[in-house]
Design a binder for this molecule. Structure first.
Ligand code: STL
Length: 398
């Protein structure tokens, strides 16, 4: 009896498995499968990439889409209330989700936590430096600043083997110290293998479609058409980081917005709420449509570059006369230089208009747009200003 029951069970399992396999083999029409992948995942990802700019809603923007600043050289008064802190945080950001939540955080929490994560891979460049600059504003606004050196993420993203990444982590630690950012530096691998963390990632994985995960990575991952499972694990870990670092604010470049939005939607699973603050991305110094990358000489400037390297890269940079759109030199002026100087001095012969000094970015941009300020004169001034900013970092790094 027992034996025949076992046989019937095996027969039913066999028939079920057979039907399943027949069904699968129909689906395994590879050409069709790839078409579906193209239709359902890759295309929407590409289309969304085009529309990401349109989705960003900001009430008050300037020509670069950043929130209009209160002053060009911000500092807080000792008695700085939440309004003043908000003004400082908002300056040079593209979006805050949501501003009213940030206001309530500033009003209720004595020392909120802000974090920004970086994959330690290659030298820190000016793109990273935009978010570092914003972290400094948070520090001034009374936040506890945490910098995550995301070594496990770098590994997932195939940025090198464990040894390479360890070396990069040490370089990044040195750079952060040399910059003088008063931050708690946390290594991803110091908490990302803990059971509770991993369980949270799994809970989120249960609730995330592959499509959504891929879309969230479109601005961060290269070669999304050949996405790997590790690239889907990546954003979920990033969302869990926010909770395990106890961050009230997740700060990052605009490429992080989809991951952060997915994270906000997962707040019920995670039982953690957070505000996002996004800063603009700097266009490649080679011009729009190109990436700022180590492997593309002249596309970026690292915070440890020599004076000659800075000068050469700036001289060769894309900066069309009178054109303020996608202009990396203007972006650097606004996002890196003006937050650190009270004025930018342009030295030029009388026949070219004579010396001029700008105490805020808006006036400089207006003169550039009306061709009163020539790209060469701007480039010379920005080279000198960058050298002043980078020299102490370079010297401290040695
Ligand atoms: C990149 C490119 C980029 C941003 C990042 C990585 C960010 C990584 C990261 C990892 C973990 C976090 C937060 C951010 O918790 O523009 O390759």
């Amino acid at each position: 009896m027992g034996v025949s029951l076992t046989y019937s069970y095996i027969t039913i399992r066999f028939i079920k498995d057979y039907c399943y396999l027949v069904n699968m083999s129909k689906k395994a029409d590879l050409g069709k499968g790839l078409k579906n992948l193209e239709k359902e995942i890759v295309k929407p990802v590409k289309e969304e990439k085009k529309s990401v700019k349109k989705e960003t809603k900001i009430e008050k923007k300037d020509s670069m889409g950043t929130n209009i600043s209160l002053t060009s050289h911000p500092s807080l008064s000792k008695s700085g209330g939440w309004e003043e802190k908000l003004g400082l945080i908002k300056q040079n950001t593209v979006e805050i989700v949501k501003e009213e939540e940030l206001v309530s955080l500033l009003q209720t929490k004595k020392k909120p936590v802000v974090y920004c994560g970086y994959e330690p891979n290659g030298p820190m460049h000016l793109g990273h430096f935009v978010t570092i600059t914003k972290l400094m504003d948070f520090e001034k606004a009374g936040f506890h600043v945490k910098v995550l050196l995301a070594d496990v993420h770098a590994f997932l993203n195939r940025k090198g083997n464990e040894e390479d990444i360890k070396r990069e982590v040490e370089n990044w630690r040195k750079t952060i110290k040399a910059i003088g950012l008063n931050a708690e530096v946390v290594l991803g691998s110091s908490f990302q293998f803990e059971k509770e963390y991993e369980l949270d990632v799994m809970r989120m994985a249960q609730d995330s479609t592959i499509n959504r995960g891929l879309r969230s990575m479109q601005e961060v991952a290269r070669d999304i058409e050949n996405a790997t499972v590790s690239q889907l694990w990546y954003p979920l870990m990033q969302i869990a980081d926010i909770k395990y670092l106890g961050a009230d604010v997740a700060q990052g470049g605009l490429e992080q917005r989809k991951i952060h939005m997915m994270g906000r939607e997962m707040s019920k699973i995670l039982k953690h709420n957070f505000v996002c603050v996004h800063t603009p991305l700097i266009t490649s110094l080679k011009g729009p449509g190109q990436k700022m990358s180590k492997s593309l000489p002249g596309s970026g400037i690292s915070v440890t570059d020599s004076y000659d390297e800075i000068k050469k890269t700036i001289n060769g940079a894309y900066c069309l006369e009178g054109d303020i759109a996608d202009n990396p030199i203007l972006q650097i002026t606004k996002l890196i230089v003006f937050p650190r100087v009270s004025s930018l001095d342009i030295k030029r012969p009388v026949k070219f208009g004579g010396d001029v000094s700008y105490s805020n970015y808006e006036r400089l941009e207006a003169d550039f747009a009306s061709k009163k300020l020539h790209p060469m004169d701007l480039k010379t001034a920005v080279t000198e200003a960058l050298e002043k900013i980078i020299k102490p970092i370079r010297d401290n790094w040695k």
